[in-house]
Design a protein around this ligand. Structure first.
Ligand code: GAR
Length: 203
C-alpha cells in the first residue's frame, strides 16, 4: 500500500500512522504528506520519518475541483494508491475520489452517522450522548460519510469537558486508524451495499 496522507493541522493521526509503519504494525509505504496549510504542525512528523512533504494551499484555487486536481497530481507523482485523510479540513470532490476509487479513507471523532462536521466531541457533549467514539470510513462526496471500516466506542463521563473527551477519543483514533488501514491493505474487505464486510472488529 503506497500511502498519501492529507493533513491540515496538528497531525497526531499522521504520527500514529507513521509510527505504526515504523513498528511494522502497518504494512504500508508512506509516499508523501500533503498539507493545504503552510504552517501545519503535522509536517514535522513527516520530516522526522523522512517522508516527503508538499504544501498545496487551497486558497490558491478558485474551485474545489481544481484544488483536488492539484492534489491528485502530487499524489500521482509520488505513486500513491491509497489516500488517508488525517484531520484534512477540506471537502473532497469527485476529482479525488475518481482518481483513487474505494481508496480514500477518513477518520472522524464520533460514531457516524452521529455528529458529523466540526467539533464532533462538543456536539456529543451538547447533545447529552452517553457514548460517542471514533469512525474510520471510506470517503464519498458527503462530509464525514461513506462505508464504515472501523468504529470504537468511548463513554461520555459526567465530568467530561471537550478537552478530556477529545483526549480519550484521540487515544482510540491512534489505535484504530492503523488497524483499519492494515485491513484495507490486506484486501480482505468487500462492500455489500453500504456495509464493509471484513472490517475491523468493533470495540
Ligand atoms: C482528529 O480528531 C480527527 O478525527 C478530526 O480532526 C482531528 C485531527 O487531529 N477529523 C475530523 O473532525 C473530520 N471531520 P490530528 O491532526 O491530530 O490528527
Amino acid at each position: 500500500m503506497n500511502l498519501g496522507i492529507l493533513i491540515s493541522g496538528r497531525g497526531s493521526n499522521l504520527e500514529a500512522i507513521l509510527t505504526a509503519v515504523a513498528e511494522h504494525r502497518l504494512a504500508a509505504a508512506p509516499r508523501v504528506v500533503v498539507s493545504n496549510r503552510r504552517g501545519a504542525l503535522g509536517l514535522r512528523h513527516a520530516a522526522k520519518y523522512d517522508v516527503p512533504t508538499e504544501v498545496v494551499p487551497h486558497a490558491d484555487f478558485a474551485r474545489r475541483e481544481s484544488f483536488d486536481r492539484a492534489i491528485v497530481d502530487v499524489l500521482r507523482r509520488h505513486e500513491v494508491d491509497t489516500v488517508a485523510l488525517a484531520g484534512f479540513d477540506r471537502l473532497i470532490t469527485r476529482v479525488l475520489l475518481e482518481a483513487f476509487p474505494g481508496h480514500v479513507v477518513n477518520i472522524h471523532p464520533a460514531l457516524l452517522p452521529a455528529f458529523p462536521g466540526l467539533h464532533a466531541q462538543r456536539q456529543a457533549l451538547d447533545y447529552g450522548a452517553r457514548v460517542t467514539g471514533v469512525t474510520v470510513h471510506l470517503v464519498d462526496e458527503q462530509m464525514d460519510h461513506g462505508p464504515i471500516l472501523a468504529q470504537a466506542a468511548v463513554p461520555v463521563l459526567d465530568d467530561d469537558t471537550e478537552e478530556s473527551l477529545s483526549s480519550r477519543i484521540l487515544q482510540q483514533e491512534h489505535r484504530i486508524y492503523p488497524l483499519a488501514l492494515q485491513r484495507l491493505a490486506d484486501g480482505g474487505i468487500h462492500l455489500e451495499g453500504r456495509r464493509v464486510l471484513g472490517g475491523v472488529p468493533s470495540t
